[in-house]
Design a protein around this ligand. Sequence first.
Ligand code: C2E
Ligand code: MG
Ligand code: MG
Length: 748
Amino acid sequence: MGNEQEFQDLLQLIAPDPDELHQRLDFLDWSQADQECLMLRAEQVHQANQRFVETFYQQLAHYPIAAAILGDPAVSERLKQRQAEYYQRLWQGQLDEAYVLERLRIGWVHHRTGVDLKWYLGAYRLYLDQLLKHLLNDSAAVACFSSLVKKVFFDIGLALDSYGAAQRKALQDSEERYARAMRGANDGLWEWQLEQDQLYLSERWVRMLDLDRDSLEPTSHSWFSRVHGDDLPGLRQAIDNHLRGITPFLHHEYRIRRRDGSYLWVLVRGVADTCSSGLRRIAGSQTDISQRRSAQEQLHHAARHDPLTGLANRARLSELLQQAVQQRQRPGARETALLFIDLDRFKLINDSLGHQTGDRVLVEVARRLRQCLRPGDQLARFGGDEFVALLTDLACMNDAERVAQRMLDALHIPLYLHEQTLSVSASIGIAALQESGEPLDPLQAADLALYRAKKAGKAQFARYSIELQQQTQRQLALQNALAQAGERGELYLVYQPICRLQDDQSQLTAVEALLRWRHEGRDISPLEFIPSLEESGGIINVGDWVLREACSQVRSWQKLGLPHLRCSVNLSSRQLQQNDFAARVADILQQTGLPPDSLVLEITESQLMADNAQNLACLRELASLGIQLALDDFGTGYSSLGYLKRFPLHIIKVDKSFIAGAPHDTESRAISRAIIGLGQSLGLTVVAEGVERQAQLDFLNHEGCHYAQGYWFSRPRTPLAMQRLLSGEDCFDGLWCRLDEQALEVPV
Ligand code: C2E
Ligand code: MG
Ligand code: MG
């Protein structure tokens, strides 16, 4: 069966096309008449044919190869029989398809058994020679013709040599061209016979891996055993998909092991087919793509890392987070924490020392943070001066706090950069990944905790909790409500008396306007909502309203018979930073009719800290209008005495925290005394804030402080309650005071 298949394969190659056969016969001038002519004489030559077979076999016996085969009489007899049958068919058989097929089959059998073409030529020549002699009688002419036939047949042999050689050469050229192209393409070639598991690998395929072809077994084991363990299932799947017709080609990238154990990225391409015997094979090429892969990997890396610190960037962080969330869901997984780290006052370093120094600080900070982590943990640069650490496999969340503390400690050590010593600190927010019922995503939760750490004074860590979130939500809700507080008429002013101290009795000389927000039935302290207003910028409009309201209120009290009553109004730094602020104040004074010297504007030390030219110019302009300027809460801020000289100040207000301790606490007493002395020696009016007890009043009197404010005299009052005090209907909460025109002298 296998032999028959081989013959059928050969037929495919020869492809005996009827047109071509006709043309051949036509070229030989063959016609039916020739066939009839042969058939007519078939009987006559029968004897001659038999004789020839005998003569031929006798002659063959002279050649050792043939003699060996013909030694067996049975074989010899069978072969003679076949040959005789052939001659019969030669003379009598029609030149049809069966005839051609029979001839081709005999040719194939002879080729297989090693019968060379020269035997064919020899046999035919001899046969024609014999037949000619039989048919013709002129022996001399026959001899000549016979010689001719010999030469012609020899020539045919030579022609066949040339043809065969030319064909072989064409094949060789084509093979060489193919080999050259393959060398140029630098690809390895392979062919795998699936059923027999026979693998052919080209020289280049093998050399790509620094291997030696002879040392490889010609089975697929030589290939698959070298494929990277992570890539093998993918490669098998790709081959399988192609074999099952899901993909039109095999096209797959994977890693394969070289002789030295390193892995090479390759692209395998191939296509499967089924040969005529029904056996499947798949063949193709393999290309070294390691350079492209490494360029791709570099790009991939660059897109996911921060060039300055080399840390993962935000894009990479979100991948890492996703992985961490998945891992966290596995049974038995331990805690995972997210640390949001933000440098404190980094902008100051950048602005004052330049971005280059800022960059160096970031690199050093990144290095120190990384040192605080275990190998499995991840650190990313989230942006500017923000970093995020992802801590996995923690026994408990307290471990995250320990890492955060290590980070704070590591940053605490001063940085030495180019002969400069810098100190940095950071605030850290900590959140657990996937705490049950957590409404926030972990990054937001850590950010919220960070905000809390910053608010609580920086250089510390804070942990996210549901309470923290609720509190923030409340703050947010409050902020939203605050934006509409003005329109809803929820804002109002209260006034607190400021008194001139005299031995026998104190006299009310001024009032400080204090802002209140009445929201949902409760009064909210300005300490709570003014920072929000400052943050949102709402303080500008609210501040204008306060100023106008206070000026017009005090002006109306002045008109009631207290023409020297002064009005103190608190300012926030955002107001001072407006270009036209002084002009607006002037407008308000004009519209309300309050004389400029009746207005005191209170600013705090931290506002002066900003110390920019805009602030100074604005304060000078205000002073030039005749407005008094007071430095509020003195002693609580940076207390640089330089301010007192540089800014056009008239009044300093000693912060209530010092008065609260006086006179019993020695430190508070000493500070209060120093501030009072300082103010007086600079020619400034000193007002003590937060006086609540007689002893404090006595102390102030003794120190020569002439003005005071506090619950001892009165808590802040509504305009109506204030009016009752001013008109004499009410008396001071602490000390009864007669209000007469004389008592309301200007304090300075
Ligand atoms: P401040 O300007 O130092 O105002 C004095 C604060 O001390 C007031 O608190 C007042 O109620 C409180 N106080 C007065 N006497 C005593 C006392 O004897 N003991 C104690 N413990 N406290 C006393 P308040 O009204 O809560 O205002 C707090 C701060 O809010 C003010 O401090 C001021 O800085 C700011 N503020 C108030 N109103 C405004 C405003 O209209 N604009 C701006 N920008 N800030 C304002
Ligand atoms: Mg004040
Ligand atoms: Mg104050």
